[in-house]
Design a binder for this molecule. Sequence first.
Ligand code: BGC
Length: 770
Amino acid sequence: MKKYFSNRIIIKVIPLCAVVLLPFNKVLAQTKAEDAKMSVFVNGLMSKMTVDEKIGQLNLVTIGAATTGSVVNKGVEDNIKKGAIGGVFGIWGVDQVKQVQDLAMKNSRLHIPLIFGLDVIHGHRTIFPIPLGLSATWDMGLIKQSAQIAAKEATAEGLNWVFSPMVDIARDARWGRISEGSGEDPWYGSQVAKAMVQGYQGSNMKNADAVMACVKHFALYGGAEAGREYNTVDMSRIRMYQDYLPPYKAAVDAGAGSFMSSFNTVDGVPATGNRWLLTDLLRNQWGFKGFVVSDYTAVNEMEAHGLGDLQTVSALALKAGLDMDMVGEGFLLTLKKSLAQGKVTQQQIDLACRRVLEAKYKLGLFDNPYKSLNAARETTDVLTAENRTEARNITKHSFVLLKNSAQTLPLKKTGSIALVGPLADNQRDMLGTWVIAGEWQKSISVMQGIKNVIGSGVTINYAKGANITEDSSFIKRLNFAPGMVSIDPKPADELLNEALEAAKKSDVIVAVVGESQSMSGESSSRSDIDIPESQKNMLKALAKTGKPLVIVLFNGRPLTLTWEDKHASAILDVWAPGTEAGNAVADVLFGDYNPAGKITATFPRSVGQIPIYYNHKNTGRPYDGKGPSKFKSNYLDISNDPLYPFGYGLSYTTFGYGDVKLSKTSLKGNEALTATVTVTNTGKYAGEEVVQLYISDPVASISRSVKELKNFKKISLQPGEQKEVSFTITPEELKFYNSQLKYDWEPGKFIIQIGTNSSDTHTATIQWDK
Ligand code: BGC
């Protein structure tokens, strides 16, 4: 068989109308009837299957080259014909997928269709901002829309399963995969998880433009010690339930069809073989009905975790509740032997096989194994002008204005600009991590975007100014695929001089700097999260010119920007923006769109503050916010405060907040409260503002976080306009996991806080009794 996979660069199924039209019990009855029909079908099929064919359904392979590990599947064609493979990932395109599906449909004994998956993470062909950037939109409609477009493009290229959303909470910016999630907050992360699952799966996974979501990485992967990739995770149950598990649960509640187990251990047992996690919690407590696939060779990796040989760990995983083995073939090679030796039971194999077949049934693959394979859609639905327009819109909503002194931004559409930096005239790094099918050649560079937006009205004096880095061993690591980082043959001094020359000739400097594509994502942990030295040296030299210095920052994680915050005139954080990068950057730089994004992960002042997150506990000797003092929980050499707190982001305009007005200050039982603030646009531009609601519970049976995000509203205001923003608060918002892991609220005093970010709020106190 042709090798399709050449070079992988990592970079409720209840119809909506039915919900509206039918009473709940009728919908329930309909769902039950559909489930019953599915059971009859799957029972019938399974009654014909041999043990080998059942184990085959549990085997997921990738075709061609190694992806995130060193293992590649061999003999795929024969195995598909034998019925020894249940799914394939790593290929896309109607012709390719059809050829592989044909192998199963025409040659395997029972003609069971394959499921086709791919890492469609932030778009398929039209690439959206990396998930951390998308989350900065605080706009669930836009986030859902990005998943819908991705699903439409992925199905148009023959896919029916995406390895997304990644909902791992991350509080450690050293971890490269913080770029793939929605930041540090469990409530906010839950909203994003729900929006993504709904966007991918739509109202019915049988629809031609819907895919099955695969929620990952279950669980707690973002809690890796020291931010080091694949590292140990160890945390208390209270922390798990309160801070890390909610987004996974939200995805289950949203009807996610599949889950992926994570690489890490949970309570000492690798997630992939952890029965408490995959069965007791996910299925028994949360009611998940889909299937669980392992992460890439994660079954085999349990050997290195010290859990036994391949046969032992494969049996352990199956018994824990893992249904599908990604790439490693531990199930394929050992489960039959384990069955013969009584190490696993026929029922355990049957259960896993049933779940995989049910997924295929829910996707409509038994009705039509070729359902997404319509060659016309490949041209009409993929990377269309319409998708690009939507992407440009979504992208500009993800940008966060971190600093803007003396209203440096927006820039005028006249005069001259020194456009400098290794990311200024660059297409490759626009897309960010995990863009398997995204083509960087189709992306818009910042230089091109500026030209598109301002035409010839502004003189652009371009100079690269610096390489991404000058550190040769670092460059080697970044170039895990050829050409990811190329180094300019000119000496560093010469590059810098060119940038200074450009600056001299210009009214303003726009420095496009930061992290290149492979500096974040999987296996891209960093111990130093500064802008690399070569680029920083350039920034320092440019700052000395005295010209206004605007930094357009590319980053897959929060960076330490203490120097930049002090010396730059403006900083616009654009993450890794995707296909429409340059156009969206130019829209914002020149004021066609007023930025409104807010960060969802705290930016530390120094890497030594990590892990740093807004919803921390108080300690017995709390830091008083007035600077370091002896015998308090603080540092000798740095303040506890972050550089930019969770929820922070500026606008070209300014917003004034009034006091918090409460409908009552004393409540009982299940009463509800309305908290209102008046927000006024006090500046000169129309703008959007994310109004955030936090609640503190100062006295409880356990030590609680200092505050927790409970809601937000995004509003638009014309200059001078005022709006009242109200939040309804019920006991639901007061609940937390107590030391018995009971989710409930306790009576007492609560502090309601509403504001523009987690550190800048107006407060009011209430008493709520049971
Ligand atoms: C990653 C997953 C990804 C899988 C398949 C793994 O290394 O952890 O997020 O879905 O590879 O490519």
